[in-house]
Design a protein around this ligand. Sequence first.
Ligand code: SF4
Ligand code: SF4
Length: 249
Amino acid sequence: MKLSVSRYNPEVDSKPYMQDYEIEPAPEDHMLLDVILRLKKADNTLTLRKSCREGVCGSDAMNINGRNGLACITRVHGLKEPVVLRPLPGLPIIRDLVVDMTNFFRQYHSISPFLVNDDAPPEKERLQSPAERDSLNGSYECILCGCCSSQCPSYWWNPDKFVGPAGLLQAYRFIMDSRDHATTARLENLKGPYRLFRCRTIMNCAEVCPKGLEPSHAIEKIRLKMLNVTGHGGGLEVHEPGSGLDKNS
Ligand code: SF4
Ligand code: SF4
């Protein structure tokens, strides 16, 4: 199997370059990650992240033949050769296929990815109806691999200002949660031309998500939620949490 892999060691290289490899996969190498790890046995200078090998941790996200994905759930069979492997685009490269995700997680943390509810804790769990629970489907499954934000042109150009599809999907996840009391503050936090509205609905994010999620639809629903709260777009009124705004208004 032929591979062309982006290499970059900041201690010796002035810029990334492509290195060609040829390796014979073993019969048990069904997934691309199996082949890359075999390659790493032959050249242990090759650097990448990986952990669970089950498409759950998201750490082996990379650009595979021009499209972001997880190496561990990408089948070797049918891959066009040479298989071109690059680090996630738009993120600073630390080394070879490893990128710096500091800004990605800064944007994620900026949407307060936790339940806000000042009520006294119940004896057991905070109950939801089946319909309320169902409204979280399609958002809580995100593994924060970064494939979507890294394939989003709006995020490339404004990574410091635009939250990006991954963070916005999580914003939506808490906006929709019937147990959360901070809907208004969450919407307020996304006001302005950049944090939410920089999305141009190009849909790259939904194209590449390895979990089949659709951040672009979540972004659209947040916009609609803003319209519902204020009755008009772009001029969100400020309401303190608990001011009587119906969460599902
Ligand atoms: S939405 Fe999908 S692509 Fe984006 S971070 Fe979550 S799992 Fe990864
Ligand atoms: S739909 Fe929005 S968030 Fe998704 S890739 Fe396009 S611009 Fe980025």
